[in-house]
Write a protein that binds this ligand. Sequence first.
Ligand SMILES: [Ca+2]
Length: 259
Amino acid sequence: MRWLPTVVVLVLSAACTGAPSGPEQPEKTEKPETRVEVVGTVPHDPEAFTQGLELVDGVLYEGTGLAGRSTVRRVDPATGRVTRQVDLAPELFGEGVTVVGDKLWQLTWQNGVAIQRDRETLEEVKRVTYEGEGWGLCRDGDRLVMSDGTEELRFRDPVTFAETGRVTVRRNGIPLVRINELECVDGQVWANLWQQDQVVRIDPASGDVRATVDLAGIRPEGVPETDVLNGIAKVPGTDEFLVTGKNWPTMFRVKITTG
Ligand SMILES: [Ca+2]
C-alpha cells in the first residue's frame, strides 16, 4: 500500500486529559506521555458518518450512521475507494462493526438490533435483539466487546450475541462514559470518546484506562466540531492505526506510542 509521505509528530501529555487534581485524586494508572505520529493520509468519503472501522485481510470495513443514510461498506484502505456498499433500511441507524470469521456484525444505535452479515457480500444473514443502545463493537479473541454510551463495556458471544459479562471503565478511578467506536488489539480495547477527539486504551480485565491519546491535532480544517473523531482500525502487521471522523474527508494513518 502507498501512503502520502506526510509526517507530523505531536507529543501530548496526559495532563490534558481532564483528569481531576487535588488530594483526593487516586493513584494514576496511566503512563504520563503519549506520542502520535501521522505517517500517511487516505481519502475518506465525506458523506460517511463513520460509526465503525475495522481492517481485516486487506479490506477496510466501515459502518456509517444516521437514519435514512446508514450503510455498511468494504473500502480499499490504500485509496479510500468504496468497493461494495449495502444501505440499511431507512429506519435503522447503523453503528459499530466487527468481523467474526466469514461474517460481520453491525450494531444499530437505538433500534435494539444487531445485524449479522456475510463479510464478502455484506448481505444480511440474520439479526438479533439486545437491550439498550449500540455504539462500538470489536472482537477480542473468542468474545465481542460492545459499548453503549455508558461507562460499561459488555462482552458477548460472537455467534449468538448473548451477553457473557460486563466491566465498568474507569479513568483514574472515575467512571468514564460516552465510550464510542472500539478496536480490540492484543487483549486491550482502544476506544474513541464521543465529543472528546480522544482515544483511550482500556484493560478489559479491570476496566482501567491505561492511556489517553489526544487526537485533536489531526482534525482536518473546516470540519465542524459536531463531526467528531470516530473510527479506529488497527493496521495488521504494524504498530499503526487508521483513524477518521464523522464526515471527515481524510483518514489518517497514525503511529501511537503509549509507553
Ligand atoms: Ca474499530
